[in-house]
Design a protein around this ligand. Structure first.
Ligand code: AMP
Length: 209
């Protein structure tokens, strides 16, 4: 099963992709995670993408497409994958078509108000990358990772100015992909405004229908 997850920032793509990956036993591939990991390790790719990612701007398509093409060629993707954050515009969607088909595109639907509310509470563990939300999915101990016990951090691009910019880019560049996948007959819309487990049930129901 080759799945693309669509949805505004804060719609829960990362959280649901992790759950789907465990349920379907296929890898969760997040372009944002790949870029952040490279930035953290100070690789050449990291240095190249840092200024875009920090400001909430899209990394140039050529770079993103090259990275994703190489990633999807890896052995663990042979039975399928869940893409989170790619494709992000029409050029990337057309490029993806050249190296892989898409069986389902799942769009997690939420309002901008809810997106902003959620992103403001989002934190992650700087050591293991585990995701939390201070209201909807809080750590057991105050602001500490349940597993690593280090202090959780907020992504630079989750700060208010960057959020506004990223939501604007989503509506202009990414949302049109819903029509693109609808025309191909693979689009599924799921209400992303519910709690984590209800959204997951909605996704599984949509996938089996
Ligand atoms: P995300 O975690 O998906 O919100 O991605 C974080 C940042 O990585 C984005 O704000 C972009 O700078 C960059 N990024 C992630 N995916 C893409 C993509 N498909 N195309 C271009 N830039 C991307």
């Amino acid at each position: 099963m080759r799945i693309v997850l669509l949805g505004a920032q804060g719609s829960g793509k990362g959280t649901q992709a992790e759950k789907l990956s465990a349920e379907l036993n296929i890898p969760h591939i997040s372009t944002g995670d790949i870029f952040r990991d490279n930035i953290k390790r100070g690789t050449e790719l990291g240095r190249l993408v840092k200024e875009y990612a920090d400001k909430g701007l899209l990394v140039p398509d050529e770079v993103t497409i090259r990275i994703m093409r190489a990633r999807l060629e890896q052995e663990d993707c042979s039975n399928g994958f869940i893409l989170d954050g790619f494709p992000r515009n029409m050029k990337q969607a057309k490029a993806l078509e050249e190296f892989s088909s898409v069986d389902r595109a799942i769009s997690l639907e939420i309002s901008d108000e809810e997106a902003v509310r959620r992103i403001a509470g989002r934190r992650n563990c700087p050591k293991c990358g585990r995701l939390y939300h201070m209201v909807y999915n809080p750590p057991k101990e105050d602001e500490l990772c349940d597993v690593c016990h280090v202090k959780l951090v907020q992504r630079d691009d989750d700060k208010p100015e960057a959020i506004k910019r990223r939501l604007g880019i989503y509506h202009k560049e990414t949302e049109p992909l819903k029509d693109f996948y609808k025309e191909k007959g693979v689009l599924l819309l799921v209400d992303g405004s519910q709690g984590i487990n209800d959204v997951f049930s909605g996704i599984m129901k949509a996938l089996s229908s």
